[in-house]
Design a binder for this molecule. Structure first.
Ligand code: GLP
Length: 233
């Protein structure tokens, strides 16, 4: 893993943008995207740049089950607000949170990933080491699946909702196996609350207990962290 330690999230966003620019210069056509507060400075730097994605495809990691694009807490809404409305892609895929038939939706999404092999995948990390919504205990070869969110993830993500009770209990997520197929991976983490997960990811054993640790088995991972997230390394 290539580790880049930055001063703060703003500098991290700039560095993250450079990884996107390099990939684009190398002719990347499919970008795997993530939600959460972590990639926001990277998306802001991309938005402020003259990079053009109108010939590119994006494939997002995950979506809450039960939320549609008009719900302001859905990941589709988040992506529209923070990136797509300013930097449109030719096609942007996310799991459909309004599809009740999990079997049908996960198969549909796996087909999309198969047909659009990801050149660069950006990831955040959960405090418990999850990537996408792949919670501890998820197999390293997992494909798209319906996830029952852990108490810890529901609590962490409650800050985006009015009440904790409003956080959906389920999500559709790309699997760890799908993420591992991306040609290049960029993982960002900022703040002390991510320090333990970053330590486990980089220095711990490869284990289902820390889903991000599977990235040790990938040949091209860049990790951008601030000093606080790197503080236990
Ligand atoms: C959610 C998302 C993850 C994200 C994580 C961390 O659970 N599914 O993709 O990495 O939150 O969020 P944040 O970046 O806000 O810390």
């Amino acid at each position: 893993m290539k580790l880049i330690i930055v001063k703060d999230q703003n500098e991290g966003g700039q560095k993250g943008y450079e990884v996107f620019k390099d990939a684009k210069d190398a002719n990347a056509k499919v970008f795997g995207l993530a939600t959460g507060s972590t990639p926001l400075t990277t998306y802001a730097a991309i938005t402020a740049s003259d990079l053009d994605f109108t010939d590119a495809t994006s494939v997002n990691l995950d979506e809450y089950v039960g939320l549609g694009e008009k719900d302001s807490q859905s990941y589709r809404y988040f992506m529209n607000e923070n990136l797509f409305s300013k930097k449109p892609f030719k096609t942007s895929y996310l799991p459909n949170g309004l599809e009740d038939d999990a079997e049908k939706e996960t198969k549909r999404y796996d087909k999309i990933i198969e047909e659009n092999p990801i050149d660069l995948q950006i990831l955040g990390i959960g405090k418990n080491g999850h990537i996408g919504f792949n919670e501890p205990g998820t197999a390293g070869d997992s494909l798209t699946h319906k996830v029952h969110l852990t108490e810890s993830t529901i609590k962490s993500n409650a800050r985006f909702f009015e009440n904790e009770a409003d956080v959906p209990n389920y999500a559709y997520s790309m699997g760890i196996g799908s993420i591992m197929k991306s040609k290049k991976i960029l993982l960002e983490a900022f703040g002390e609350s991510k320090a333990e997960a970053i330590k486990g990811m980089i220095e711990g054993p490869v284990t289902e207990d820390v889903p991000a640790s599977f990235l040790q088995n990938h040949g091209d991972v860049t990790v951008i962290v601030d000093e606080a997230a790197a503080s236990l390394l």
